[in-house]
Write a protein that binds this ligand. Structure first.
Ligand SMILES: [Mg+2]
Length: 226
């Protein structure tokens, strides 16, 4: 097991850095915001709470919540324009610094492609570097389910995406940054996990992560020291 010093070394010399999105790159949870916007915020929040402690798979929990929200194409577009996701302080600077160093940056999210792409554009990450779930709609814009074949629709999906990136781009050192247990579980295959508690602190992650931060400035400093 790598020590904190070794993890910092990996971060400084990474080939790629992957960020979780909900409660990491943005302040909120995308699906909760979508639920609120569609008028079923409380019911979905209750479902999330129940799912967290239980043995429900990620896909089953997502199916149940989306079945309740049933977002139309128009509602998703309206959410993005009227209630855009709020960026976490320092994320823009951190991504820009990583790019300057020639490090590739990816967003890996259990949230939805259209919303995450909007976030990516704001932090100058190419949309080809976004891995997220895809909502499906009928011709008239009504909700038609989601693409169940995406790796991010499964439990353990973030790790699968990282393995795929390592294979495709021959990355040696990949860093995963996020607030949640599913982010921590993506390491390995990620070589370093950085727990992020700037928006919400997940007790289990804070206790288990060797490297835990509450502001992105801590990572900016890490990149400036040498
Ligand atoms: Mg998250």
């Amino acid at each position: 097991m790598a020590s904190l010093l070794e993890l910092k070394e990996i971060f400084r010399n990474a080939d790629a850095v992957c960020f979780d999105v909900d409660s990491t790159v943005i302040k909120e949870e995308g699906i909760d915001e979508l639920a609120k916007f569609c008028g079923v915020g409380d019911a979905v929040a209750e479902m999330t709470r129940r799912a967290m402690g239980g043995s429900v798979t990620f896909k089953a929990a997502l199916t149940a919540r989306l079945g309740l929200i049933r977002p139309s194409w128009e509602q998703v577009q309206k959410l993005i324009s009227e209630h855009p996701p709020q960026l976490t302080p320092g994320i823009r600077e951190l991504v820009s610094r990583l790019h300057q160093r020639g490090i590739q940056v990816f967003l890996i999210s259990g949230g939805f492609q259209s919303i995450v792409e909007h976030v990516a554009l704001q932090v100058n990450i190419p949309t080809t570097n976004v891995f997220a779930n895809r909502l499906k709609f009928y011709f008239n814009g009504e909700y038609a389910g989601f693409d169940e074949t995406q790796p991010t629709a499964e439990s353990g999906g973030k790790g699968k995406v990282i393995s795929h990136l390592k294979e495709q781009f021959h990355f040696k050192k990949v860093v995963m940054i996020g607030d949640g247990a599913t982010d921590m579980e993506a390491c390995p295959p990620a070589d370093c996990f950085i727990g992020f508690g700037g928006n919400v602190i997940r007790k289990q992650v804070k206790e288990k992560a060797k490297w835990y931060i509450t502001h992105f400035d801590e990572l900016l400093k890490e990149l400036e020291e040498r």
